[in-house]
Design a protein around this ligand. Structure first.
Ligand code: NDP
Ligand code: PMR
Length: 397
């Protein structure tokens, strides 16, 4: 059966006031591809110590007492238990981030820092899914502002908590935008938020991860199949392609350079996919630069197609209606938010997933495996260039 994607959603074709039928290609990116083309193809009994001393205005020095637990603590029964791990999850106010925060907090073994741009939304979300309140803290983070990223890092450090795992999960996707929008520093918003905001956050928090005495320290950056052109999903136009990074080197500001990494015309869907390629390249560059020296596990993942999340909030209503059944019954790539949350929680805490430099995926029986990245998403030279240009853009070089 040659199933044309267009047949799934006939209203990709709109009738204008003048009565002319036209295909709104931008709003109907679902239909760019014929499926037939591809049918071949706790701090329990923690010890406390003085973390810092602060000189007060009267000249006195105040010591800040912080929980700095031993990794193992003695329980009353005399059994050694692992202290609670502390994990930061960005974008934990909805979708995958929320499901992961819930899964981890429910184990009682993790304290989740929900790093979110909308404090109230995050609080309501945490309550609505029944997260035990002693197991999470919400802290403000707007990844579309580098000042906010730096402020978040300061606030986190002031909390006195150790950092054991960082999960760079938040993202925006603007598939129907006709014009680019920009972060506080003037970077195109998808790459600015999904990649550059996380790049700065991860670089700053690397020191905190290094200091953790937790048995397995991890930095996880959420990737996606759609940035990988070695897959069917990654071949749905517009395809990810960073080109020679000329737009990124120019600052992605749409004024004296293109808003797109490759220097091309703005396309919101492509900008998202490009940002995911940057996420996956960044994870590998971290691995090459820091794994041996620090023992930190750097990983990325594709959790499955979580077609019901807020990621698609800016897509046309018809897409949002048909995308979940399309993924459930046709591609069979669909995964629920709960299941995807368990998968990411596994990458955070499973003792068997400590290998660094890996892009995790799951098969149809929900078993994890090391997946192959596309040529571009595993290009060592490109990863180095993205790292270097990103360092300049976020003010680290
Ligand atoms: P959601 O839209 O549900 O979640 C995205 C989260 O990112 C929200 O909490 C959102 O906050 C937050 N966010 C957006 N912008 C910012 C910002 N400037 N600062 C801080 N937080 C921000 O989408 P998903 O759960 O689907 O996406 C989570 C991750 O999963 C993303 O990295 C995405 O690329 C990836 N992914 C998703 C797939 C899917 O099928 N859905 C498939 C593959 C990967 P707010 O609630 O305030 O809007
Ligand atoms: Mg895709 C096995 C096939 C497969 C999978 C696993 C996905 C995942 N998609 C597949 C196939 C197809 N998609 C095909 C054949 C089409 C053409 C009809 C198609 C279309 C499509 C669109 C328009 N798919 C999409 C969109 C989006 O707007 C989503 C996107 O690209 O967001 C960036 C999307 C996705 N498909 C996926 C996944 C996981 C997404 C969303 C999210 C992401 O990468 O984060």
């Amino acid at each position: 059966m040659a199933l044309q994607a267009a047949a799934l959603v006939p209203s990709a074709f709109s009738i204008s006031k003048e009565g002319k039928a036209s295909a709104n290609l931008k709003n109907s990116s679902l239909f760019g591809v014929s499926l037939s083309d591809y049918s071949k193809s706790d701090f329990g009994s923690s010890s406390f110590k003085v973390k810092s001393q602060r000189r007060l205005s009267n000249g006195a020095v105040r010591a800040t007492m912080v929980a700095s637990p031993d990794v193992t603590t003695n329980s009353p029964a005399g059994k050694k238990t692992l202290r609670k791990g502390c994990v930061i999850v960005t974008g934990a106010s909805s979708g995958l981030g929320l499901a992961t925060a819930k899964a981890l907090s429910e184990t009682g073994k993790w304290h989740v820092i929900m790093a979110c741009r909308d404090f109230l939304k995050a609080e309501k979300a945490a309550k609505s899914v029944g997260m035990p309140k002693e197991n999470y803290t919400i802290m403000h983070l707007d990844l579309a502002s580098l000042d906010s990223v730096r402020q978040f890092v300061d606030n986190f450090r002031r909390s006195g908590r150790p950092l054991d795992v960082l999960v760079a999960n938040a993202a925006v996707y603007q598939p129907t935008a006709k014009e680019p929008s920009f972060t506080a520093e003037g970077f195109e918003i998808s790459v600015g938020t999904n990649h550059l905001g996380h790049f700065l956050l991860s670089r700053l928090l690397l020191d905190d991860l290094k200091q953790s005495d937790y048995p397995s320290k991890r930095l996880i950056i959420v990737g996606s199949i759609t940035g990988n052109t070695n897959t069917l999903a990654g071949n749905v136009p517009p395809k990810a392609n960073l080109g020679d990074l000329r737009g990124m080197a120019g600052g992605l500001n749409g004024i004296n350079s293109s808003a797109m990494i490759d220097g091309g015309e703005f396309d919101g869907a492509k900008a998202y996919k490009d940002s995911k390629v940057c996420n996956m390249l960044t994870m590998q560059e971290f691995h090459r630069r820091y794994h041996e020296e620090t023992g930190i596990t750097f990983a990325s993942l594709y959790p499955g197609c979580i077609a019901t999340t807020g990621l698609f909030r800016e897509h046309i209503p018809l897409f949002r209606l048909l995308f979940p059944p399309f993924q459930k019954y046709i591609t069979k790539g669909f995964v629920s938010e709960t299941e995807a949350g368990k998968r990411l929680a596994q990458v955070v805490s499973d003792p068997s997933l400590t290998k660094s430099g890996v892009y995790w995926s799951w098969n149809k029986d929900s078993a994890s495996f090391e997946n192959q990245l596309s040529e571009e998403a595993s290009d060592v030279e490109k990863a180095r260039k993205v790292w270097e240009v990103s360092e300049k853009l976020v003010g680290l070089a």
